[in-house]
Ligand binder design. Structure first.
Ligand code: UDP
Length: 325
């Protein structure tokens, strides 16, 4: 099998490249290094089955050529991270909507199976917990930039499902919940690498809001395993799947775990959302997936505890080491 991973130099994409190579696939990646980093794929340079193209997916002639050689496409290239989205809303909308349009239209020419990476952010402010794939998506006002990310990804989902229904293009959609592990950068707002870096440097650990909001953190190794299994599963075509962990933790408690596991004496500070992001910023108090659909389809079950995940991130931040995945 020859796989194309858009966004393959990113956090999740590079782990997916590693896992596909490990099972014997030929792997192509395309990445414009906007949020991805060469450091994530440096170790693969020279690997006989690894090929990389540093380019945006919006460059259609280049993408078309790379895609022609591949059997399946994992489309992970996107603008991600709440901080990035708040700072660059135009870039977010254009990258996420146009990029997916281009990927789907080119894939359709050769009928390549495409997996579209969507996000738990699409559930927005829904209070129907745990979130099920057939449940409602509740967006806030368009004046709140945060929701442009959810809307752009929801549009990607609609388009992928439309290609499947109307043009018989095999597409599968995955809604990734908070995914963490080594190589994730805190630069675009993600909480775990941010807290770990702060704790290791002895700087204050910045909890936004009152810290009672909760999330479920899935290990990147588990997540990429699910992506590969779903891509191999014909019955998954034309469907949407939640992927992640369903073990919930409040962000204040997470800050204490990070401090304890790093042995740090950093103080934990609380920063109002208005100061962390912008006035009127809306956060969701809870985000918990129902993962029964992916479990029933491919036997998915998270294997890593939160402490295990935190230890792997701490080890990576200290010396760049990776756990066995
Ligand atoms: N958060 C925080 N401090 C930080 C970064 C994030 O308290 O330095 C909070 C954020 O407000 C949210 C949670 O941690 O409630 C998860 O944030 P992240 O950006 O990692 O992902 P999100 O779930 O918001 O997409």
């Amino acid at each position: 099998m020859r796989v194309l991973i858009t966004g393959g130099a990113g956090f999740i994409g590079s782990h997916l490249a590693d896992a596909c190579l490990a099972r014997g696939d030929e792997v192509d990646i395309i990445d414009d290094l906007s949020t991805g980093s060469f450091r994530n794929i440096q170790h693969l340079k020279g690997h006989p089955r690894f090929h990389y193209t540093i380019e945006t997916v919006l460059n259609q002639p280049v993408l078309s050529e790379v895609m022609d050689q591949c059997d399946v496409v994992f489309h992970l290239a996107a603008a991600v991270g709440v901080k990035l989205i708040m700072e660059s809303p135009v870039h977010t909308i254009e990258t996420n909507v146009r990029g997916t349009e281009v990927v789907l239209s080119l894939a359709n020419k050769k009928k390549k199976h495409v997996m579209i990476a969507s996000t738990s952010e699409v559930y927005g402010l829904s209070e129907q917990l745990p979130f099920r794939e057939d449940g409602p998506l509740v967006m806030g006002a368009t004046t709140k930039h945060r929701w442009s990310y959810a809307c752009s990804k929801a549009m990607d989902e609609f388009l992928a499902l439309a290609y499947y229904r109307e043009k018989k293009l095999p597409t599968t959609i995955v809604r990734l919940f908070n995914t963490v592990g080594p190589r994730q950068t805190g630069q675009y707002g993600m909480v775990i690498p941010t807290f770990v870096k702060q704790a290791l440097a002895g700087r204050p650990i910045t909890v936004y809001g009152d810290g009672t909001q909760s999330r479920c953190f899935g290990f990147v190794g588990d997540v990429v395993g699910a992506l590969m299994k779903l891509m191999d599963e014909q019955a998954a075509i034309g469907q949407v799947f939640n992927i992640g962990s369903d073990q919930e933790i409040a962000i204040g408690e997470l800050a204490r775990r990070v401090r304890e596991l790093t042995g740090s004496s950093s103080e934990i500070t609380f920063l109002p959302y208005d100061e962390a992001y912008e006035e009127g910023f809306e956060d969701m108090p809870r985000r918990v997936p129902d993962i029964s659909k992916v479990r029933d389809m491919v036997g998915f079950a998270p294997t890593m505890t939160l402490d295990g995940i935190l230890r792997s991130v701490i080890a990576y931040e200290l010396d760049g080491s990776l756990p066995d995945m």
